[in-house]
Write a protein that binds this ligand. Structure first.
Ligand SMILES: Nc1ncnc2c1ncn2[C@@H]1O[C@H](COP(=O)(O)OP(=O)(O)OP(=O)(O)O)[C@@H](O)[C@H]1O
Ligand SMILES: Cc1cn([C@H]2C[C@H](O)[C@@H](COP(=O)(O)O)O2)c(=O)[nH]c1=O
Length: 208
């Protein structure tokens, strides 16, 4: 495999440690001499951050399931065009906190739109562009960690039922089984350092 810049995404349910690990991975890759841009979804570009404010606030009934999936797809199209592709073209690695697989798991799986329909929407928005590797953090206690962190309440999607979030977890596992080369399940238990080591193990074949 060539040693050009890579696009890596971190995924998983609420509170599993994605933001914590994004920073740790950024530092670990910098130590290896790799310049990485870090970004997030929904968001990561001016337009996509505006959509983030729309899609994550208000009552659950604010958007239909279809409108919600379209908002995430529109945000992603802008994020890829304005932030991700330009960074890769400049030779930078890109690490994103959530990307396509969140839409597949949350809107395709848990919300019931269907994973294949959400993939089609993605292809319309972003073509055949895909992450080089997607690391899905899995942890049974994620919801408890998120509740302890979000003492002032959660956002429009984080606040959905436990059954919804269990369905998200099931969907992530199914996606990983469908695409084992790109998507890896990572045990997110233990110390942050333990988890970072597992992530790096699962990037070893991509590192120069
Ligand atoms: N390995 C760990 N052990 C204990 N606590 C952790 C660990 N990793 C992260 N945390 C804590 O758990 C909480 C959730 O972590 P973090 O915000 O990184 O998760 P997240 O997956 O980005 O969450 P969300 O998707 O809900 O934004 C934070 O309070 C963080 O400090
Ligand atoms: C990209 C994306 C995100 N979501 C959901 C997942 C979370 O509940 C929020 C984002 O909050 P975070 O604290 O920044 O992780 O949005 C989604 O449902 N679909 C998506 O495509």
């Amino acid at each position: 495999m060539s040693d050009g810049p890579r696009f890596i995404t971190l995924e998983g349910g609420e509170g599993v440690g994605k933001s914590t690990q994004l920073k740790a991975l950024h530092a670990a890759l910098a130590e290896r001499g790799l310049h990485c841009a870090i970004t997030r979804e929904p968001g990561g570009s001016e337009g996509a951050e505006a959509i983030r404010a729309l899609v994550l606030s208000g009552d659950d009934s604010r958007w239909s399931s279809e409108a919600e999936a379209l908002l995430f797809a529109a945000a992603r199209a802008d994020h890829v065009e304005k932030t991700i592709r330009p960074a890769l073209e400049q030779g930078h690695w890109v690490l994103s906190d959530r990307f396509l697989d969140s839409s597949l798991a949350y809107q395709g799986g848990a919300l019931g739109l269907g994973v294949e329909r959400v993939r089609e929407l993605y292809r319309f928005a972003c073509g055949d562009f895909l992450p080089d590797r997607t690391l899905v953090l899995v942890l049974d206690e994620g919801a408890e960690r998120a509740r302890a962190r979000d003492t002032e309440g959660s956002d429009r999607i984080g606040g959905r039922s436990d059954a919804f979030h269990r369905a998200v977890d099931v969907a992530f596992r199914q996606i990983a089984a469908q695409e084992p080369d790109r998507v890896r399940l990572i045990d997110a238990s233990g110390t942050p350092q333990d988890v970072t080591a597992r992530l790096l193990d699962n990037l070893a074949d991509l590192l120069p």
